[in-house]
Design a protein around this ligand. Structure first.
Ligand SMILES: *[C@@H]1O[C@H](CO)[C@@H](O)[C@H](O)[C@H]1NC(C)=O
Ligand SMILES: *[C@@H]1O[C@H](CO)[C@@H](O)[C@H](O)[C@H]1NC(C)=O
Ligand SMILES: *[C@@H]1O[C@H](CO)[C@@H](O)[C@H](O)[C@H]1NC(C)=O
Ligand SMILES: *[C@@H]1O[C@H](CO)[C@@H](O)[C@H](O)[C@H]1NC(C)=O
Length: 455
């Protein structure tokens, strides 16, 4: 009898826990999650290529941040209304932002019937787009999708949320289009609409799928950038009300997570981009730090770094370097390979690391400042332990291979690049590898923990 009551109680408590989980799952999410397959970067790209591409990417990030800063300044200053339009610029398709060499890809299905694509997974983008011109079958054909719906250029969404809708709007029924020409003669042109994406639901049955309606999608007819030889476009994971991340997160629990396999892993070593609660998100071993989602850094995800330490010793880095308000700050980016540190932080980090590696013969390898002949290493030389300390006592302790990186046979380089100061620092995807990263957009937390990402 007593045992029966206890079983009943356990069942009731179990139901209550399930109900609470469902309630926190968000509108329509019911605690479910959706998974998209993540693939490592295109094989064969050297670390040196990645480093050069990262510099172009950093220029893109810096110019977007500068433009949001100008726009905010104009918005708060009544005397300069014209400045808003002048600074309403963004480079969603710039060749420098997408090289594909060091970026992760995601399998994405859109349209009805669903058409499959491989897109660059980009936390620094607000517009998802696919190629609409090129060799079939990797081309999106809006006419073949029953659910494609162009957004009119006169709509509020086109005018306020698609910041680069630069083309003419002579008739209110014209499509919301972009026509962007870059200094280097490259161009990006296309129209914006909405369509349905098909996502796999994770859980007991692996074949369950869901349709996500109203995904904002650019259909690009002209593009430039070598990344698009290996990918079909970009999946926007940035913080913006038109990005895929916010659309999917609003349906699946207000959060998304990804796990990046080692950057040298073969292409078949896949992991997942998950919307909704991940299998490990409640893990007590995860560290968490506040996610800064204010207008100054949109669509990027900023975090507050408190300090960086090498072998347990905090480095002497001025605090302004980590302050978004004084033109510093740190963003976490899936589209950058090598971490970029603003000059004062870069100098402190390389000074501490090189002091310990001083016994090794140096090797010259452009564009790196510090490379070593690793075959000449005596057995017991350890790479010093680097740790990034975030606000809220969250500590990232990457494995040595994530910052003293294989660059050529027998050669390792300090895989951190110098960024201009004042300027933003960027935590790249190699420093993020072999960790699960969860972006909780509702509660504004970034959680992470170490894992091999193979499941
Ligand atoms: C926009 O309109 C102007 C004048 O009406 C025209 O000269 C220009 O070519 C148009 N641009 C595009 C991209 O259609
Ligand atoms: C998106 O946000 C902008 C302001 O950042 C707002 O003007 C616009 O109405 C929003 N659009 C949607 C579709 O929520
Ligand atoms: C990936 O492919 C290689 C051969 O190319 C194979 O040896 C390996 O087992 C595969 N790994 C996975 C996870 O499928
Ligand atoms: C590294 O040093 C070894 C000798 O210890 C030498 O044979 C090799 O060529 C050197 N490698 C490079 C890349 O300099």
């Amino acid at each position: 009898m007593a045992r029966g009551q206890m079983v009943l109680m356990v069942v009731l408590v179990g139901l209550a826990v399930a109900a609470a989980a469902a309630a926190s799952g968000g509108r329509g999410g019911r605690g479910k999650s959706a998974r998209l397959q993540l693939l490592p970067a295109a094989p064969g790209s050297s670390l040196a290529e990645r480093a050069r591409d990262d510099r172009r990417r950093h220029a893109y990030i810096s110019s977007r941040l500068a433009s949001s800063r100008r726009r905010r300044a104009a918005e708060t200053s009544l005397s300069a209304p014209g400045a808003v339009a002048a600074s309403a610029f963004a480079m969603p398709l710039s060749s420098g932002a997408y090289t594909g060499t060091g970026q992760y890809f995601v399998r994405f299905r859109v349209g009805t019937p669903a058409q499959p694509f491989v897109l660059i997974a980009d936390t620094g983008s607000d517009l998802t787009w696919v190629k609409c011109r090129g060799p079939p079958p990797r081309v999106f054909r809006p006419g073949d999708s029953k659910t494609w719906s162009p957004i009119p250029c006169s709509s509020e969404m086109c005018k306020s949320s698609v910041p680069f809708s630069l083309a003419n709007c002579s008739s209110t029924t014209d499509a919301c289009s972009y026509d962007y020409r870059y200094n280097d003669n490259s161009a990006a042109r296309g129209v914006v609409g909405t369509d349905s994406a098909t996502v796999a639901l994770s859980g007991a049955r692996s074949d369950r799928k869901a349709k996500l309606k109203g995904v904002v999608l650019g259909c690009t007819t002209a593009y430039d950038g070598q990344g698009f030889e290996v990918s079909d476009g970009v999946l926007s994971l940035g913080y913006s009300n038109i990005s895929f991340a916010s659309r999917a997160a609003s349906r699946f629990g207000g959060r998304f997570s990804y796990c990046l396999v080692d950057h040298l892993a073969p292409r078949n070593a896949t992991s997942y981009l998950t919307f909704g609660p991940g299998p490990d998100s409640a893990s007590s071993s995860a560290s968490q730090t506040p996610l800064l989602l204010d207008g100054r850094v949109r669509p990027f995800y900023a975090v507050t770094v408190d300090s960086i330490s090498v072998d347990g010793e905090a480095l002497d880095i001025p605090s302004e370097v980590w302050n978004v308000g004084s033109e510093g700050g740190t963003i976490i980016d899936s589209g950058t390979s090598l971490t970029v540190l603003a000059t004062p932080a870069y100098k402190a980090v390389v000074a501490a690391l090189t002091k310990q590696l001083a016994g090794l013969p140096r090797v010259t390898l452009d564009p790196f400042d510090y490379c070593y002949n690793w075959t000449a290493r005596s057995g017991d030389l350890d790479v010093p332990k680097l740790a990034v300390h975030f606000a809220g006592s969250a500590r990232l302790e990457p494995p040595a291979k994530s910052y003293v990186i294989d660059a050529a046979p027998g050669v390792k380089c300090i895989g951190v690049q110098e960024g201009a100061w004042p300027g933003v620092s960027v935590i790249g995807n190699i420093l993020q590898q072999e960790h699960l990263w969860e972006f909780d957009l509702t509660n504004r937390w970034l959680r992470f923990r170490q894992t091999s990402c193979t499941q």
